[in-house]
Design a protein around this ligand. Sequence first.
Ligand code: FAD
Length: 317
Amino acid sequence: MKITEHIKQAKGKTLFSFEILPPVKGESIDSIFAAIDPLMEFKPPFIDVTYHREEYMYKKRENGLLEKVTTRKRPGTVGICAAIMNKYHIDAVPHIICGGFNKEETENALIDLDFLGVDNILVLRGDAIKSEGRFIPDEGGHAYANELLGQVMELNQGKYIHEEVTRNPTSFCVGVAGYPEKHFEAPSLKSDLKYLKMKVDQGAEYVVTQMFFDNQKYFQFVDKCREEGIHVPIIPGLKPITTLNHMNILPSIFHVDLPDDLVEALEGCKNNEDVREVGIEWAIQQSKELMEKGAPVLHYYTMSKSKVITRIAEALF
Ligand code: FAD
C-alpha cells in the first residue's frame, strides 16, 4: 500500500516506522531479521532500506603496486525489501539513488521493484564518493534527485527508455528527502526549499526529513514548506544518540546542530550507558511533542540496532 494511504487510514494517529541498513557484505540476512523482530510489536506499516553506492579501495598487487578497485560494502537493498515483504507482510521502501547508476540501470532496477510488488520508493541523489569530495553523476546518469524522480514519473506513465509506445505503467508512490537545517550544499534554506518544491510539483507524495534534535527546527521547516506551497506529509526523521562520539560525528556527517541542553547533558555523562540513557530520554521527549503536534509518522534511523528504538517505542506506541 502507498505510504500516503497508510497515513490517510491512520486518521490523524501518528504511525511508527524505521530505517535499516543492509548488512555488511558477507553477513547473513538474519542480522536484519534480528533487528526487525523486536520492533514488529509496534506495528510499523513500512520499513525503509537504505542504498549504499560503491566505494573505492586500494588492493596491493603481487608486484607491490596498488590497484584501485570499486566495491560495495552494503549490497542487497532490493533483496532485503523482498525478504521483509515476504516475511512480515508489510511494505518495504527501498532507497533509490542517482549515484552509481545510468538511466538504463535505473530503469532496470525500477522494473525489478515493480515486479516484486514494491509500492513506495524514496528517491535521493546520494552523497559523493568519499574520495571525490563532490557528487559526480555517472555518465548517462542523473545529477539531482529531481531528475531521477522525473524518470520514475515517466515510468508511472508507461514511458520506458527507447520505447516509442507506452507500455505497462508503474505506480510508485515516491518520497523525497527534506532538510530542516538546510542541505549542506544549498546556499540558503530558501534555495533548498525551491528544489524541494520542484520535487513535489513533479509528483513526490511525501517528504522524510534529515534527523534533527531540536523540534523547533522541524516545526519551522514545516511552516516554511507550507508557505512555499509544499502540502504533502512531512515525516520527521529521528536518531537517538547512543555514544559520546555522536556529539561530533553527527554534526560533521549530517550537518545538524545539537541544542545546548542536550550537549550539556551528554557532557555530564560518566560512560556510554549514561549517554544512551540521555539519548533515549531526549528522543522520547522529542517524539512525544511531535506526536502531540500531529506528526503523521515518526521515522527512526535505527542503524539496524533495535534495542534503543524498542525502548523509545515502548514509551510511546
Ligand atoms: P537533491 O534533492 O538532488 O539536492 C542536493 C542539493 O542540490 C541540495 O543542496 C539542493 O538544494 C540542490 N538541488 C536540488 N535539485 C537541484 C537542481 N535541479 N539544480 C540545482 N541544485 C539542485 N544517501 C544514500 O546514499 N543512500 C540512502 O539510502 C540515503 N537515504 C537518505 C534518507 C533520508 C531521509 C535523507 C534525508 C537522506 C538520505 N541520504 C541517503 C543522503 C542523501 O543522499 C544526501 O543528503 C544527498 O547529499 C542529497 O540527496 P537529495 O536527494 O536531498 O538531493
